[in-house]
Unconditional design. Structure first.
Length: 126
């Protein structure tokens, strides 16, 4: 069974995607960016964007009954791969060993203000 995840902590969006889905014991999030859902602000620094992005991911996970400890795979998109070390500092403070499997690629994101986007897959038996 496939259940859509919708968190009331995020503003309504007209964009054609869901925040996430729970499919059986797995939760899939859409890519999240560093927009603060309460203020709409986006920090300039990659580390702060990474922290906010991961907080947004965690909001979706929590809505599905999961936490960061349930994440088994993460995909990180950076607009500039030279920001890898800065992103890693914030990322490693969010997750703890054993870290999720991960891919990290350089990519253009939806708007120039976004420097990092992260999507995850979590495993949490019902």
């Amino acid at each position: 069974m496939k259940n859509v995840i919708v968190s009331p902590k995020f503003p309504k969006s007209d964009l054609p995607f869901s925040q996430g889905f729970r499919v059986g014991d797995f939760v899939f999030t859409s890519g999240q960016v560093g927009t603060n859902p309460e203020t709409g602000d986006v920090a300039d620094e990659v580390a702060e964007q990474t922290r906010q992005t991961l907080a947004n991911v965690e909001t979706i996970l929590n809505e599905a009954g999961c936490s960061r400890r349930d994440v088994v795979k993460a995909t990180v998109f950076l607009t500039d791969i030279r920001d890898y070390a800065e992103m890693n500092k914030a990322y490693s403070a969010f997750f703890s060993p054993s870290y999720p499997a991960r891919s990290c690629v350089e990519a253009k994101l939806a708007t120039p203000k976004y420097r990092v986007e992260i999507e995850v897959i979590a495993y949490k038996p019902r």
